[in-house]
Design a protein around this ligand. Structure first.
Ligand code: SF4
Length: 701
């Protein structure tokens, strides 16, 4: 007869996709995730977006790696395009053989060519404990500071400007603080797609009467809720924002008391923007002078105001300058440190905040202590029982260049996919293929793994315990819900074994063994323990006491800078690095879509998500499509100075004339074959949001 199915067990964890950090309940039956429910977490209050609700069947996808692979045939960058051809160049191996090969190759390079011939990319999708151990492995086992991760491609410019201006790279207030804001600016961000649950808090704020201003070259779904929509010319954030700063200062709308008590270098900013009037800047940024004035006045006159920003601000050769302007606007008007105020860079990956905090950054140890800071280095040397190099390491794109020159010969890449995510990816693929020894640890045979010497199968987020830190500085507990496929091992075990094979003596069995040491290296985690996170699920840092709530809003009285003051840093006007010309008359911008996450490794293997967005498209304004004689769905060719791709045309009235948008999740038409690798001089972030491109219809033959 029939037996009632046993009830699903619910495991409390966190969504592995974006930096919102929604708390999820994985409903598990027979060792598989049957359903995902939103839990009442501080950043989601029961809500989830389509990725968090439906994006988990990648766990059991037939492509999932369950055995280590070792290379048996030569590398070829073209293998990135053809997974089957790539797979045929490996054979399966046992763990002992694969780990021995992986570690010996790295040790040989370290001992033969010196520590700086090695580098590591850790992952913003792993736990804090994994990130901490990974950077410790690179700094103490490899002996170099050449360790970085995708923050370099994401908010590196924001963090550079925030550290310089207010002494801290994290948000000053959570996005839930929008509930108390009178005015909310959202610039260079598309939260309805990339931080969907955070977007619901912004929509609610607008519905209760907040003035919501969206500023972007592209229209977005949030515009519908906005009081005012500012559409500015791509790459022209600095002139637009300088005109607003000019308005606030010359009209005397700034908070004199706040500026006097809490800031420095006001005169430098005032003198810099004196000539940058709205009238002078309007032709450059494409926004009417009257609108520039109106938005500046709205912001300055608000009792409480917040600024949210995303990749549109940071992924630019003037990303640090863009952020400097936003910081200046908030400081001028005293809009930091009180309820309803704040600066909030919306962090992308689920754990990019935590991975950065934990030290996956080449010029900084955990908690942003510079490698050149003798006191901080001494503290870590004692804690780790190791000698550390004071010389800052190379960043993601710098590492690619050093590989291409043959200076970096070996790499350990965990859960990152530079063969898809880096700018000018043909160059990146050729550089990766040139390595003497590449170890890749991932769930699938990614484009990067296709160029590896040894591939180590990784564990997936719902298969492991660990903490992650979201965009709001909330450290949250994730728990294993389902078993790993047979033969797969925990990432933490693999990092630990690699360390031991490289001569270190580590004994970490579980993330709870790592957390206390990590907290000893990171003052930000004071008063937060593994046990407390097990009990409470989420604790915001900084936190004053083990029994106190964390501080959601920071810097009410002083900034963590040398002087305790926030600093104004003027931003000069510069053109984007590569301007359109006769041969490449359009501007290309790249980004994400609601349904796909970054290089698509997980979401393109999630059935529901891939069904919603199955193929790469290039979006253009209707008028541009008409001029090119293209109908939606027809194929077009995009070409830049670095490469060309073919994909389907999509009509998008939210795009201005002359701008093309391509998402970067698609292997078969990789947007990053086109992008410009030129870097922001401070944040070392590439210009993903602007390069010159030619658009042509593909004539069917
Ligand atoms: Fe996951 Fe972000 Fe969606 Fe929340 S908003 S469910 S964290 S992808």
């Amino acid at each position: 007869g029939h037996r009632a199915a046993p009830p699903a067990r619910e495991v409390a964890s966190v969504c592995p996709y974006c930096g919102v950090g929604c708390q999820v309940g994985f409903r598990v039956r027979d060792g598989a995730i049957e359903e995902v429910a939103g839990r009442d977490g501080p950043s989601n209050q029961g809500r989830l977006c389509v990725k968090g609700r439906f994006g988990f069947d990648y766990l059991r996808h037939p492509d999932r790696l369950t055995r280590p692979l070792v290379r048996i045939a030569p590398k070829d960058p073209a293998d990135c395009l053809d997974p089957r051809r790539a797979r045929a160049k490996f054979r399966e191996a046992g763990w002992e053989e694969a780990m021995a090969l992986a570690a010996e190759g790295l040790a040989r390079i370290r001992d033969g060519h010196g520590p700086d011939a090695l580098a590591g990319f850790g992952s913003a999708k792993g736990s804090n404990e994994e990130a901490y151990l990974f950077q410790k492995l690179v700094r103490t086992g490899f002996g170099t500071n050449n360790v970085d991760h995708c923050t370099r491609l994401c908010h590196a410019a924001s963090v550079a400007a925030l550290l310089e201006g207010i002494g801290s790279g994290a948000v000053t207030a959570p996005f839930m603080a929008a509930a108390e804001a009178e005015v909310i600016l959202v610039i260079g961000a598309r939260p309805t797609e990339n931080h969907p649950v955070a977007a619901t808090f912004l929509k609610e704020a607008a519905a209760r009467g907040a003035t919501l201003v969206t500023l972007d070259p592209r229209g977005s779904a949030l515009d519908r809720f906005a009081t005012e929509v500012v559409r500015f010319a791509p790459g022209r954030d600095v002139p637009m924002l300088n005109a607003m700063l000019h308005t606030v200062i010359t009209e005397g709308l700034y908070d004199r008391q706040y500026v006097a008590a809490h800031t420095e270098d006001f005169e430098a900013l005032r003198d810099h923007v004196a000539a940058l009037t709205p009238e002078a800047m309007a032709p450059l940024c494409g926004v009417p002078a009257e609108q520039l004035r109106r938005v500046a006045r709205r912001f300055a006159r608000a009792r409480t105001a917040m600024i949210f920003w995303g990749m549109g601000i940071s992924q630019s050769t003037h990303g640090t300058d863009n952020t400097r302007c936003l910081i200046a606007l908030a400081l001028l008007c005293g809009q930091v440190g009180r309820p309803g105020t704040g600066l909030h860079p919306l962090r992308g990956q689920n754990n990019v905040q935590g991975a950065s905090d934990a030290g996956l950054i080449p010029m900084m140890f955990p908690d942003y202590h510079r490698t050149t800071d003798d006191a901080a280095r001494g503290h870590l040397e004692r804690l780790w029982g190791a000698t550390l190099d004071p010389k800052p390491g190379l960043t993601v794109v710098e590492i690619m260049h050093a590989m291409a020159r043959g200076e970096i010969r070996g790499m350990y890449v965990m859960g990152e996919n530079p063969a898809m995510s880096d700018p000018d990816v043909a160059h990146a693929r050729a550089a990766l293929a040139r390595l003497d020894h590449l170890v890749v640890q991932d769930l699938f045979l990614t484009e990067t793994a296709a160029l590896a010497d040894v591939v180590l199968p990784a564990s997936a987020w719902p298969e492991k315990d660990g903490t992650v830190t979201n965009t709001n500085r909330q450290v949250q507990m994730g728990r294993a819900a389902v078993p790993m496929p047979e033969g797969v091992r925990q990432d933490l075990d693999l990092i630990t074994e690699m360390a031991n094979r490289l001569g270190l003596r580590w004994d970490y069995r579980h993330p709870r063994d790592v957390f206390p040491e990590m907290a000893a290296a990171m003052p930000s985690l004071a008063s937060i323990t593994w046990e407390r996170l097990e009990r409470e699920g989420s604790v915001t840092y900084p936190c004053p006491a083990p029994d106190a709530a964390g501080q959601a809003i920071v810097f009410g009285d002083r900034f963590p800078t040398a002087s305790g003051r926030g600093r104004f840093v003027p931003a000069g006007l510069r053109d984007p690095d590569e301007m359109p010309d006769e041969r490449y008359p359009f501007v290309l911008t790249t980004g994400r879509q609601l349904e796909h996450w970054h290089t698509g490794t997980m979401t393109r293997r999630a059935g529901a998500l891939d069904a919603l967005e199955p193929e790469p498209t290039a979006s253009l304004a209707p008028v541009d499509l008409r001029r090119l004689g293209l109908a939606p769905g027809q194929r077009l060719r995009l070409e830049t100075r670095r490469g060309a791709i073919e994909l389907a045309a999509r009509e998008d009235p939210a795009l201005p004339q002359g701008l093309v948008f391509v998402p970067f999740a698609y292997r078969e038409a990789a947007a990053n074959l086109l992008t410009n690798p030129q870097l922001d001089p401070y944040g070392k972030i590439p210009e993903f949001k602007y390069c010159a491109v030619r658009v042509e219809p593909v004539r069917e033959t």
